[in-house]
Write a protein that binds this ligand. Structure first.
Ligand code: NCC
Length: 276
Protein backbone atom coordinates (compact mmCIF):
# COMPACT_ATOMS: atom_id res chain seq x y z
CA UNK A 1 0.00 0.00 0.00
CA UNK A 2 1.06 3.51 -0.87
CA UNK A 3 0.54 6.70 1.10
CA UNK A 4 -0.92 9.53 -1.04
CA UNK A 5 1.13 12.73 -1.20
CA UNK A 6 -0.62 15.08 -3.55
CA UNK A 7 -4.27 14.98 -2.57
CA UNK A 8 -6.24 17.24 -0.32
CA UNK A 9 -8.85 16.12 2.17
CA UNK A 10 -10.41 19.01 4.08
CA UNK A 11 -12.62 16.66 6.00
CA UNK A 12 -9.92 14.70 7.85
CA UNK A 13 -7.75 17.73 8.46
CA UNK A 14 -10.85 19.49 9.82
CA UNK A 15 -11.56 16.51 12.08
CA UNK A 16 -7.98 16.71 13.34
CA UNK A 17 -8.54 20.24 14.55
CA UNK A 18 -12.16 20.05 15.70
CA UNK A 19 -12.67 16.69 17.45
CA UNK A 20 -11.38 16.22 20.97
CA UNK A 21 -8.21 14.07 21.13
CA UNK A 22 -8.95 10.30 21.23
CA UNK A 23 -9.43 9.43 24.88
CA UNK A 24 -9.49 6.21 26.89
CA UNK A 25 -10.57 5.85 30.50
CA UNK A 26 -7.71 6.54 32.91
CA UNK A 27 -7.00 5.38 36.42
CA UNK A 28 -7.58 8.84 37.85
CA UNK A 29 -10.94 9.39 36.05
CA UNK A 30 -12.74 7.61 38.91
CA UNK A 31 -11.79 5.66 42.02
CA UNK A 32 -13.23 2.24 41.11
CA UNK A 33 -12.06 -1.37 40.85
CA UNK A 34 -12.51 -1.08 37.07
CA UNK A 35 -10.03 1.76 36.63
CA UNK A 36 -7.57 0.14 39.05
CA UNK A 37 -7.33 -2.71 36.52
CA UNK A 38 -6.54 -0.49 33.53
CA UNK A 39 -3.00 -1.23 32.25
CA UNK A 40 -0.19 1.14 33.20
CA UNK A 41 0.88 1.36 29.55
CA UNK A 42 -1.24 3.39 27.11
CA UNK A 43 -2.99 1.74 24.15
CA UNK A 44 -0.43 3.43 21.88
CA UNK A 45 2.81 5.16 22.88
CA UNK A 46 3.02 8.77 21.68
CA UNK A 47 5.71 7.80 19.19
CA UNK A 48 3.85 4.72 17.87
CA UNK A 49 2.97 5.85 14.34
CA UNK A 50 2.32 3.86 11.18
CA UNK A 51 2.69 4.49 7.51
CA UNK A 52 -0.22 2.36 6.28
CA UNK A 53 -3.22 1.26 8.36
CA UNK A 54 -6.07 -1.05 7.35
CA UNK A 55 -9.52 -1.12 8.92
CA UNK A 56 -11.46 -4.25 8.06
CA UNK A 57 -15.24 -3.96 8.34
CA UNK A 58 -17.20 -7.08 9.18
CA UNK A 59 -19.26 -6.72 6.00
CA UNK A 60 -20.39 -9.73 3.98
CA UNK A 61 -19.12 -8.03 0.81
CA UNK A 62 -15.57 -9.03 1.84
CA UNK A 63 -16.37 -12.59 0.80
CA UNK A 64 -14.67 -13.42 -2.53
CA UNK A 65 -12.82 -10.09 -2.46
CA UNK A 66 -9.33 -11.68 -2.60
CA UNK A 67 -8.11 -8.71 -0.55
CA UNK A 68 -6.37 -10.80 2.13
CA UNK A 69 -2.82 -10.52 0.76
CA UNK A 70 -3.12 -6.73 0.30
CA UNK A 71 -4.61 -6.28 3.80
CA UNK A 72 -1.70 -8.16 5.39
CA UNK A 73 0.82 -5.77 3.75
CA UNK A 74 -0.38 -2.89 5.98
CA UNK A 75 1.72 -1.86 8.99
CA UNK A 76 -1.33 -1.97 11.29
CA UNK A 77 -4.54 -3.99 10.83
CA UNK A 78 -7.66 -3.18 12.89
CA UNK A 79 -10.55 -5.65 13.19
CA UNK A 80 -13.84 -5.62 15.07
CA UNK A 81 -15.65 -7.71 17.63
CA UNK A 82 -15.59 -11.48 17.03
CA UNK A 83 -14.77 -11.32 13.30
CA UNK A 84 -12.56 -14.35 12.53
CA UNK A 85 -9.58 -14.56 10.17
CA UNK A 86 -9.13 -18.36 10.31
CA UNK A 87 -10.71 -19.87 7.23
CA UNK A 88 -11.17 -16.42 5.60
CA UNK A 89 -7.48 -15.49 5.06
CA UNK A 90 -7.84 -15.20 1.27
CA UNK A 91 -10.42 -12.43 1.63
CA UNK A 92 -9.59 -10.68 4.92
CA UNK A 93 -5.94 -11.60 5.64
CA UNK A 94 -4.56 -13.00 8.87
CA UNK A 95 -2.71 -10.10 10.53
CA UNK A 96 -4.43 -8.35 13.46
CA UNK A 97 -2.72 -5.58 15.41
CA UNK A 98 -5.74 -4.39 17.36
CA UNK A 99 -9.41 -5.25 17.86
CA UNK A 100 -12.20 -2.91 18.87
CA UNK A 101 -14.94 -4.67 20.84
CA UNK A 102 -18.34 -3.43 21.84
CA UNK A 103 -19.46 -4.28 25.37
CA UNK A 104 -21.86 -7.00 24.15
CA UNK A 105 -18.88 -9.03 22.95
CA UNK A 106 -17.08 -8.63 26.28
CA UNK A 107 -20.20 -9.52 28.26
CA UNK A 108 -22.47 -12.05 26.50
CA UNK A 109 -21.53 -15.71 27.23
CA UNK A 110 -21.87 -16.70 23.55
CA UNK A 111 -18.65 -14.78 22.73
CA UNK A 112 -16.56 -16.56 25.44
CA UNK A 113 -14.52 -13.41 25.73
CA UNK A 114 -12.35 -14.39 28.68
CA UNK A 115 -11.34 -17.81 27.29
CA UNK A 116 -11.35 -17.35 23.49
CA UNK A 117 -7.92 -17.24 21.76
CA UNK A 118 -9.28 -14.55 19.40
CA UNK A 119 -8.59 -11.84 21.99
CA UNK A 120 -5.06 -12.84 23.02
CA UNK A 121 -1.69 -11.34 21.98
CA UNK A 122 -3.01 -8.14 20.42
CA UNK A 123 -4.11 -4.68 21.54
CA UNK A 124 -7.77 -4.47 22.63
CA UNK A 125 -10.05 -1.49 22.95
CA UNK A 126 -13.63 -1.76 24.17
CA UNK A 127 -16.53 0.69 24.39
CA UNK A 128 -19.90 0.81 26.09
CA UNK A 129 -22.49 3.52 25.43
CA UNK A 130 -23.40 6.02 28.13
CA UNK A 131 -26.25 8.51 27.98
CA UNK A 132 -25.33 11.78 26.29
CA UNK A 133 -25.27 13.68 29.58
CA UNK A 134 -24.11 10.91 31.97
CA UNK A 135 -21.16 11.46 34.25
CA UNK A 136 -18.54 8.70 34.56
CA UNK A 137 -20.02 7.74 37.94
CA UNK A 138 -23.50 7.36 36.48
CA UNK A 139 -22.21 5.31 33.56
CA UNK A 140 -20.13 2.93 35.71
CA UNK A 141 -23.06 2.43 38.07
CA UNK A 142 -25.25 1.38 35.17
CA UNK A 143 -23.41 0.47 31.95
CA UNK A 144 -25.46 -0.59 28.92
CA UNK A 145 -23.94 -4.10 29.19
CA UNK A 146 -22.34 -5.06 32.45
CA UNK A 147 -18.83 -5.69 31.18
CA UNK A 148 -16.99 -4.80 34.37
CA UNK A 149 -16.52 -8.30 35.86
CA UNK A 150 -15.35 -9.75 32.57
CA UNK A 151 -12.96 -6.84 31.98
CA UNK A 152 -11.39 -7.40 35.39
CA UNK A 153 -11.25 -11.22 34.97
CA UNK A 154 -9.58 -10.82 31.58
CA UNK A 155 -7.03 -8.36 32.94
CA UNK A 156 -6.29 -10.58 35.93
CA UNK A 157 -5.78 -13.70 33.79
CA UNK A 158 -3.82 -11.73 31.15
CA UNK A 159 -1.88 -9.17 33.22
CA UNK A 160 0.35 -8.18 30.29
CA UNK A 161 -2.60 -7.47 27.99
CA UNK A 162 -2.90 -3.97 26.53
CA UNK A 163 -6.67 -3.63 26.92
CA UNK A 164 -8.24 -0.20 27.28
CA UNK A 165 -11.75 1.27 27.48
CA UNK A 166 -12.92 4.24 25.43
CA UNK A 167 -13.86 7.25 27.55
CA UNK A 168 -17.66 7.24 27.08
CA UNK A 169 -17.80 11.00 26.66
CA UNK A 170 -15.34 10.78 23.78
CA UNK A 171 -17.95 8.74 21.86
CA UNK A 172 -20.37 11.66 22.20
CA UNK A 173 -17.80 14.17 20.96
CA UNK A 174 -17.47 11.97 17.85
CA UNK A 175 -21.25 11.86 17.57
CA UNK A 176 -21.34 15.70 17.79
CA UNK A 177 -18.83 15.83 14.94
CA UNK A 178 -20.95 13.54 12.74
CA UNK A 179 -24.12 15.53 13.46
CA UNK A 180 -22.35 18.86 12.80
CA UNK A 181 -21.30 17.57 9.37
CA UNK A 182 -24.63 15.95 8.40
CA UNK A 183 -27.68 17.88 7.21
CA UNK A 184 -30.17 15.23 8.38
CA UNK A 185 -30.87 14.72 12.07
CA UNK A 186 -29.20 11.53 13.25
CA UNK A 187 -30.38 9.40 16.16
CA UNK A 188 -28.64 10.05 19.43
CA UNK A 189 -26.74 6.75 19.57
CA UNK A 190 -22.95 6.53 19.56
CA UNK A 191 -21.01 5.96 16.31
CA UNK A 192 -20.35 2.37 15.24
CA UNK A 193 -17.11 0.60 16.12
CA UNK A 194 -16.02 1.30 12.53
CA UNK A 195 -16.12 5.09 12.85
CA UNK A 196 -14.50 4.91 16.28
CA UNK A 197 -11.67 2.92 14.67
CA UNK A 198 -11.17 5.59 12.03
CA UNK A 199 -11.06 8.38 14.64
CA UNK A 200 -8.57 6.39 16.73
CA UNK A 201 -6.23 5.75 13.79
CA UNK A 202 -6.28 9.07 11.90
CA UNK A 203 -3.79 10.63 14.35
CA UNK A 204 -1.34 7.69 14.04
CA UNK A 205 -1.34 6.77 10.34
CA UNK A 206 -0.14 8.43 7.16
CA UNK A 207 -2.95 6.68 5.31
CA UNK A 208 -5.96 4.70 6.51
CA UNK A 209 -7.41 2.18 4.04
CA UNK A 210 -10.97 1.15 4.94
CA UNK A 211 -12.27 -2.16 3.57
CA UNK A 212 -15.91 -2.55 2.54
CA UNK A 213 -17.32 0.32 4.56
CA UNK A 214 -18.83 1.60 1.32
CA UNK A 215 -20.49 -1.52 -0.10
CA UNK A 216 -18.82 -2.63 -3.34
CA UNK A 217 -20.40 -4.36 -6.34
CA UNK A 218 -20.31 -7.57 -4.23
CA UNK A 219 -23.21 -5.97 -2.33
CA UNK A 220 -25.41 -8.51 -0.58
CA UNK A 221 -28.15 -8.34 2.03
CA UNK A 222 -26.10 -10.58 4.32
CA UNK A 223 -24.63 -8.94 7.41
CA UNK A 224 -21.18 -10.47 8.03
CA UNK A 225 -18.58 -12.29 5.92
CA UNK A 226 -18.52 -15.10 8.48
CA UNK A 227 -22.29 -15.74 8.78
CA UNK A 228 -25.19 -16.47 6.46
CA UNK A 229 -27.60 -14.22 8.41
CA UNK A 230 -29.46 -11.73 6.20
CA UNK A 231 -29.82 -8.24 7.72
CA UNK A 232 -29.40 -5.18 5.55
CA UNK A 233 -29.44 -2.85 8.58
CA UNK A 234 -25.85 -4.00 9.27
CA UNK A 235 -24.76 -2.16 6.14
CA UNK A 236 -26.96 0.93 6.26
CA UNK A 237 -27.57 1.27 10.00
CA UNK A 238 -30.56 1.37 12.27
CA UNK A 239 -29.15 2.04 15.73
CA UNK A 240 -25.77 3.60 14.88
CA UNK A 241 -25.63 6.63 12.53
CA UNK A 242 -23.99 4.31 9.99
CA UNK A 243 -25.17 5.96 6.78
CA UNK A 244 -23.94 9.38 7.96
CA UNK A 245 -20.59 7.84 8.96
CA UNK A 246 -20.19 6.21 5.56
CA UNK A 247 -21.00 9.41 3.68
CA UNK A 248 -18.31 11.23 5.66
CA UNK A 249 -15.82 8.47 4.86
CA UNK A 250 -16.68 8.72 1.18
CA UNK A 251 -16.22 12.51 1.29
CA UNK A 252 -12.70 12.10 2.68
CA UNK A 253 -11.80 9.27 0.27
CA UNK A 254 -8.96 9.80 -2.19
CA UNK A 255 -9.37 6.61 -4.26
CA UNK A 256 -11.13 6.42 -7.64
CA UNK A 257 -14.62 4.86 -7.91
CA UNK A 258 -13.09 1.74 -9.48
CA UNK A 259 -11.16 1.05 -6.26
CA UNK A 260 -14.07 1.83 -3.95
CA UNK A 261 -16.85 0.02 -5.78
CA UNK A 262 -14.94 -2.73 -7.61
CA UNK A 263 -11.91 -3.56 -5.46
CA UNK A 264 -13.69 -2.67 -2.21
CA UNK A 265 -11.71 -0.15 -0.20
CA UNK A 266 -11.40 3.59 0.28
CA UNK A 267 -8.41 5.54 1.45
CA UNK A 268 -8.30 8.47 3.87
CA UNK A 269 -5.15 10.49 4.56
CA UNK A 270 -4.29 10.51 8.27
CA UNK A 271 -3.09 13.50 10.27
CA UNK A 272 0.48 12.27 9.71
CA UNK A 273 -0.03 12.86 6.00
CA UNK A 274 1.83 15.96 4.69
CA UNK A 275 -1.49 17.46 3.53
CA UNK A 276 -2.87 18.07 7.05
O1 NCC B 1 -21.52 -5.84 12.77
P1 NCC B 1 -20.38 -5.22 13.51
O2 NCC B 1 -20.93 -3.89 14.25
O3 NCC B 1 -19.60 -6.10 14.43
O4 NCC B 1 -19.38 -4.65 12.42
C1 NCC B 1 -18.18 -3.93 12.74
C2 NCC B 1 -18.12 -2.68 11.89
O5 NCC B 1 -18.10 -3.02 10.50
C3 NCC B 1 -18.92 -2.13 9.74
N1 NCC B 1 -19.92 -2.94 8.98
C4 NCC B 1 -20.36 -4.14 9.44
C5 NCC B 1 -21.26 -4.89 8.70
C6 NCC B 1 -21.70 -4.40 7.47
N2 NCC B 1 -22.53 -5.12 6.68
N3 NCC B 1 -21.26 -3.20 7.03
C7 NCC B 1 -20.38 -2.48 7.76
O6 NCC B 1 -19.97 -1.38 7.32
C8 NCC B 1 -19.52 -1.12 10.73
O7 NCC B 1 -18.78 0.07 10.70
C9 NCC B 1 -19.35 -1.79 12.08
O8 NCC B 1 -19.11 -0.87 13.12
C10 NCC B 1 -20.34 -2.62 16.17
O9 NCC B 1 -20.16 -1.55 15.54
O10 NCC B 1 -19.73 -2.93 17.20
C11 NCC B 1 -21.37 -3.60 15.58
O11 NCC B 1 -21.48 -4.78 16.39
C12 NCC B 1 -22.61 -5.63 16.13
C13 NCC B 1 -22.56 -6.85 17.09
O12 NCC B 1 -22.74 -6.45 18.42
C14 NCC B 1 -21.21 -7.55 16.95
O13 NCC B 1 -20.96 -7.93 15.61
C15 NCC B 1 -21.17 -8.82 17.81
O14 NCC B 1 -22.08 -9.77 17.35
C16 NCC B 1 -23.92 -4.86 16.27
N4 NCC B 1 -25.05 -5.75 15.99
C17 NCC B 1 -25.98 -6.06 16.91
O15 NCC B 1 -25.92 -5.65 18.05
C18 NCC B 1 -27.10 -6.96 16.45
C19 NCC B 1 -23.90 -3.72 15.25
O16 NCC B 1 -25.10 -2.95 15.37
C20 NCC B 1 -22.70 -2.82 15.48
Amino acid sequence: PQAPNNVKSDWTCDMASSVEKFRTLEKNDIDHLLTKNIPDVPLFDDNEVFSTCAIISNAATLRNSNLGYFIDQHDLVLRFNNAPTKGYEKDVGSKTTIRILNSQVVTKPQFQFVSSPLYKRLKLLMWDPSNYTSSINEWIASPEHNFIDNYISFRKSNPRSNFHIVHPQYLWRLWDYIQDHTTAHIRRNPPSSGFLGLAMLLPRCTVVNMFEFIPSERMTHRCHYYHEKVDVTCTFGIWHPLAAEKLLMLTANTMPDQTVFHTGFLSIPGYKSPIC
